[in-house]
Design a protein around this ligand. Structure first.
Ligand code: F6P
Length: 402
């Protein structure tokens, strides 16, 4: 009789730690006497044509610290029907039947789907169809509910923090304002954590409304303290003051976010005539080796996913509830986006240190600790043009989409 088999695939945008999960799955299932197959290009490899690799401890050795995924991944194609948590589109029943056939023919006892909200929403549809799946939460955005951390996030903030450290020194040398645009889609976790770790002066996130006026107040406030440079980190999904997002491209129902950094910079130059430069970190945040934290988390997720299959806990997703790895129904993880709590401790700590979120004037921060004797310029002399922000934003969005 042939050995029992476990399947694994990596789906959606890649991130550091995917190979660490694969290695964790292969090594731990091998210890238990299972064979392992890895489907290629995410869900695409499951059907028409079926494409997979036999994975062994030997051919997955040395991949723990490698970025990317040896199995390949895609966030497009026939299985990208579910574009977000709120936008479920049913998968083609013929596709589901094809996947079921593959699972049966290969004798797969359980399929491990490693992905973010869109990919796990597909896994949920598999589960409802009767295909034996378990999930592993992956995304640099850290926006999946029901887990404290997704793997990939720590590596992304390490990258963004490093970028802020580098921008810090050149900003100081040239007395410039530097804007760093980071990823994260509609959650501000990367901007918030990297902003704190990289000592940004202003952090703009989707969860907190900001104005150009308030950002400029912070810059002037710093100047009044003799600090002639300012470091700003902005999340790609931060909303424009007049509402809406800045998108580079519209792909189906989903927009590829990007370009807000230029708008923030243009606004500062317009209002204050300060030299302002922009760096867009982009996919650098998704490449390279996983951090130590992500290697440990991804390895635990891989081993735990195998355990879920052994226990017959299909439809569950491995999750991290510090200090333990456990599991929750996939449906619970994908039913809403986990965003930054604007009153949460990380935001409060940043505010306490004087970081501006652009939602109030620098000297009006709700939690800024200032001594009564300290003189802080209020920068009330800024001319405010309420329509300016919107005009610049609209022009830039039109240009980006044209
Ligand atoms: O979800 C991960 C992520 O990197 C987002 O932060 C970003 O908006 C998006 O994927 C970019 O996707 P793509 O690689 O398709 O440009």
């Amino acid at each position: 009789m042939s050995k029992k088999c476990i399947g694994v695939l990596t789906s959606g945008g890649d991130c550091p730690g995917l190979n660490a999960v694969i290695r964790g799955v292969v090594k731990s299932s091998s210890q238990l006497g299972y064979d392992c197959v890895g489907f290629l290009r995410g869900y695409e490899g499951l059907h028409d044509p079926v494409r997979y690799l036999n994975l062994t401890p030997e051919n997955t050795t040395g991949i723990l610290n490698q970025g990317g995924t040896i199995l390949g991944s895609t966030n497009q194609g026939r299985f990208a029907a579910t574009v977000g948590v709120a936008d479920r589109i049913e998968l083609d029943p013929e596709l589901l039947a094809g996947v079921q056939t593959t699972i049966n023919q290969l004798g797969i006892e359980g399929l491990i789907c490693v992905g973010g909200d869109g990919s796990l929403a597909v896994a949920q549809q598999f589960h409802e169809y009767g295909i034996p799946v378990v999930g592993v939460p992956k995304t640099i955005d850290n926006d999946l509910s029901a887990t404290a951390f997704t793997f990939g996030f720590d590596s992304a903030i390490e990258c963004a923090t490093n970028a802020l450290d580098r921008l810090h020194t050149t900003a100081a040398s040239h007395e410039r304002v530097m804007v760093l645009e980071v990823m994260g889609r509609h959650a501000g976790w990367i901007a918030l954590h990297a902003g704190i770790a990289g000592s940004a002066d202003v952090i703009l996130v989707p969860e907190i409304s900001w104005t150009g006026e308030n950002v400029c107040h912070k810059i002037l406030n710093r100047e009044s303290q003799g600090k002639r440079f300012t470091l700003i980190v902005v999340a790609e999904g931060a909303e424009l003051p007049g509402g809406g997002h800045v998108a580079e491209e519209q792909i189906g129902a989903q927009s590829r976010l990007g370009g807000i950094g230029q708008i923030v910079a243009a606004e500062i130059e317009c209002r204050l005539q300060r030299e302002t430069r922009v760096a867009v970190l982009g996919h650098l945040q998704r490449g390279g080796a996983p951090t130590t934290f992500d290697r440990v988390l991804a390895t635990q997720y891989g081993a735990h996913a195998v355990r879920l299959i052994l226990e017959g806990k299909f439809g569950e997703m491995a999750c991290y509830e510090p200090p333990e790895i456990s599991s929750v129904p996939i449906a619970k993880a994908v039913n809403h986006l986990r965003q930054v709590d604007r009153n949460g401790s990380a935001v409060q700590a940043a505010r306490a240190l004087g970081v501006s979120f652009g939602d109030c004037k620098a000297d009006e921060s709700p939690l800024a600790f200032r001594s009564d004797t300290e003189e802080v310029a209020t920068a009330t002399d800024i001319e405010v043009d309420a329509d300016l922000t919107l005009d610049i934003a609209e022009a830039a969005t039109e240009e980006a989409l044209s």
